[in-house]
Design a protein around this ligand. Structure first.
Ligand SMILES: Cc1cc2nc3c(=O)[nH]c(=O)nc-3n(C[C@H](O)[C@H](O)[C@H](O)COP(=O)(O)OP(=O)(O)OC[C@H]3O[C@@H](n4cnc5c(N)ncnc54)[C@H](O)[C@@H]3O)c2cc1C
Length: 302
């Protein structure tokens, strides 16, 4: 719609893994439990594997980053909740075999359906709600709570809730944005959602990829990690801050809180996507997505 390229997260992960597994030592099913930075290197302790020492550590472990928690403190310090919860899962294409997306909302709750192929799709359920607790992460109670929260809605929502019963890949979280004073502490640096994430609506994948490109190139050029981390942050922070504004507004876009808010959103969206304004909405989305001039580094990264 906005001229961007849409790649499902799982597909992107598979492509990146396939392209790099010859050179990168991947270890699945483990996690970092302790980091000791002595100023010259970082000793890393794992839950399963034996401890190892590295020149530096990049925490690219998402919105609820374990590395961030170890180095920057509990996530309550860095996660800013935006008053909404989301749930997402795969289901058959409920858009009558068409591609694209369609959504329906009532005050405080909204459902968006996207078609990922003629036969398959994804549902996104957005509703007013607070942070997710550990108990909320259990799929059985999650499904019951979602069914109750979205009960009584019209459109295709009853079919969505039918599909929810059998959903094997349900993702539930609160909409939040990440804010840290600095992306790095000593020899540990944060990347992607861990550093400047927003649950959705903030170009998070593009931002993570661009951040990785810049960080890798700055590390390859700098004489010490601190200099590379500083240049990486100087380049990325302004772009990341702009992207996070989209994430902060995402809940209110999918599920405005009041009838007036729903009506206003519909009018604005209708005007911005109207023929008369000739693709203004698409241009806005494209401008936000490409609002970063990728540095040219030369060599392999260029
Ligand atoms: C419903 C939904 C829709 C979205 N739609 C879009 C979109 O259309 N466009 C877009 O650009 N972005 C979108 N996003 C945002 C996007 O998914 C993220 O911004 C992006 O995945 C961030 O990449 P990342 O690598 O930083 O983190 P993640 O993709 O979250 O990857 C982090 C990885 O770290 C692993 N991990 C977590 N904790 C640990 C630990 N303690 N130890 C070891 N490993 C750990 C996780 O398993 C995961 O593999 C969407 C997000 C959601 C929730």
């Amino acid at each position: 719609m906005s001229g961007d390229v849409e790649i499902l997260r799982g597909d992107l992960g598979r492509i990146l893994h396939e392209r790099t597994r010859g050179e990168v030592d991947y270890r699945f099913g483990d996690r970092i439990t302790r980091l000791d930075d002595d100023g010259r290197s970082v000793k890393v302790e794992f839950e399963r594997a034996a401890a190892e020492t590295y020149d530096f550590v990049v925490g690219a472990d998402g919105l609820h980053s374990g590395v961030r928690a170890l180095v920057f403190g509990d996530e309550s310090r860095s996660l800013r909740h935006r008053g909404y919860r989301i749930a997402s899962f795969g289901l058959p294409n409920l858009l009558d075999g068409r591609r694209g997306a369609a959504s329906f909302c009532e005050p405080g709750r909204g459902v968006c359906l996207t078609a990922t192929s003629p036969g398959e799709g994804r549902a996104l359920l957005v509703s007013i709600g607070g942070p997710i607790t550990e108990e909320d992460r259990d799929p059985g109670p999650q499904k019951r709570a979602l069914a109750a929260r979205f009960a009584g809605m019209g459109w295709r929502v009853p079919r969505v809730l039918e599909c929810l019963k059998d959903a094997a890949n349900l993702y539930v979280d609160a909409i939040a944005t990440v804010h840290v004073d600095r992306y790095a502490r000593g020899r540990v640096v944060l990347l992607g959602d861990a550093a400047y994430g927003g649950t959705l609506g903030g170009q998070g994948t593009s931002l993570a990829m661009v951040g990785a490109y810049v960080l890798a190139n700055e590390l390859s050029l700098a004489s010490d990690p601190a200099a590379a981390f500083a240049r990486y942050e100087a380049r990325i922070r302004p772009y990341a801050t702009r992207c996070q504004r989209g994430a902060a507004r995402a809940g209110g876009f999918f599920a405005p809180r009041t009838r007036f808010g729903v009506a206003l959103r519909d009018v604005m969206y209708g005007v911005l996507t109207s023929r008369a304004l000739g693709g203004t909405f698409e241009r806005m989305v494209r401008a936000a997505a490409s609002d970063f001039a990728l540095p040219r580094y030369g060599g392999a990264g260029a």
